[in-house]
Design a protein around this ligand. Structure first.
Ligand code: HPA
Length: 289
């Protein structure tokens, strides 16, 4: 049987020591390519990769050049680390990410954010495309997360704890930083960009939801639904990072206003929202302490 490439699973069990070794090896390979040390990690979701055009770019490393780093297979996800400055802040942007639905296991999905933390980033900003369950939202709106529901996903912290990264039983009560959330909301008001505060729910995908699932998610208190972010945010919190997440509403969720979500709609709306998204994110990064 072929050995698992990324997670270091042995006999089906997660091997924390091996996983940590992979992380350190990725960090070493990155440091061989650039001396740039980021303070902030930004994960760019589907169709939101143009944000890097607002950066003063110092270095770029394709994921495929980093042995052990998972490579995204989704069309529209470019798959590279972009290092540079924006508003005087040193950031590393992930142009594209891997998803659980691509067949990566949950430990592999969080390798990138773990590597970026080990590289020195203390703050993580996750972004993704989502469907809106809340009927006050419209495609093109943004939602800064007040909280999430990840109960439909496996936890990235299952298996032996990677004790070099964080503790076994991590509280996630205040996962999303309140100050950053309020800052994003105030930038929205100032720049006339629709930014809400809401609860996000992550599903595995890759199929979009059934209308019955969306009715259930609404009853559970979710405002938006998407296929990434919550498990990466959980891993970031495990490592003590300051976390912010911004959803880009690309469509109404299945069955809401008779919506039938499609990948074409998701990428087309994300592209259209790209300009507002870049303004919001640039201001957020520039103004954060
Ligand atoms: N559901 C799940 N993921 C998504 C959606 C959706 O409606 N839109 C964009 N990503």
């Amino acid at each position: 049987m072929e050995e698992k490439v990324f997670a270091g699973a042995v006999s089906g069990r997660f091997d924390a020591e091996k996983h940590y070794g992979i992380l350190l090896d990725c960090v070493k390979q990155i440091k061989e390519r650039t001396e740039f040390l980021p303070e902030i990690a930004v994960v760019l979701g589907s169709g939101l990769g143009h944000f890097v055009e607002s950066m003063e770019i110092a270095a770029e490393i394709p994921y495929k050049d980093i042995d052990g780093f998972p490579v995204s297979t989704v069309a529209g996800h470019q798959g590279k680390l972009v290092f540079g400055e924006i508003g005087g802040k040193k950031i590393v942007a992930m142009q594209g990410r891997v998803h659980y639905y691509e067949g990566y296991d949950v430990h592999e999905v969080v390798i990138p954010i773990r590597v970026l933390k080990l590289l020195g980033a203390g703050t993580a900003v996750f972004t993704n495309a989502v469907g809106a369950i809340n009927t006050d939202y419209r495609p093109g709106d943004f939602v800064v997360l007040s909280d999430h529901i990840s109960s439909f996903m496996p936890s990235p912290l299952v298996g032996e704890n990677v004790s070099q990264l964080g503790e076994r039983f991590t509280p996630v009560t205040d996962l999303y930083d309140k100050e950053l959330r309020e800052l994003a909301l105030s930038i929205g008001q100032e720049k006339d960009i629709r930014v809400h505060s809401g609860v996000f729910l992550q599903v595995t995908g890759p199929q979009y939801e059934t209308p019955a699932e969306i009715r259930m998610f609404r009853l559970l208190g979710a405002d938006t639904v998407g296929m990434s972010t919550a498990i990466e945010a959980t891993a970031a919190r495990h490592m003590g990072m300051r976390v912010c997440a911004i959803n880009c509403v690309t469509n109404m969720a299945a069955g809401i206003n008779n919506s039938v979500p499609s990948h074409e709609e998701v990428t087309a709306t994300a592209n259209k929202a790209g300009k507002d998204f870049s303004i919001l994110l640039k201001e957020l990064i520039t103004r954060m302490s």
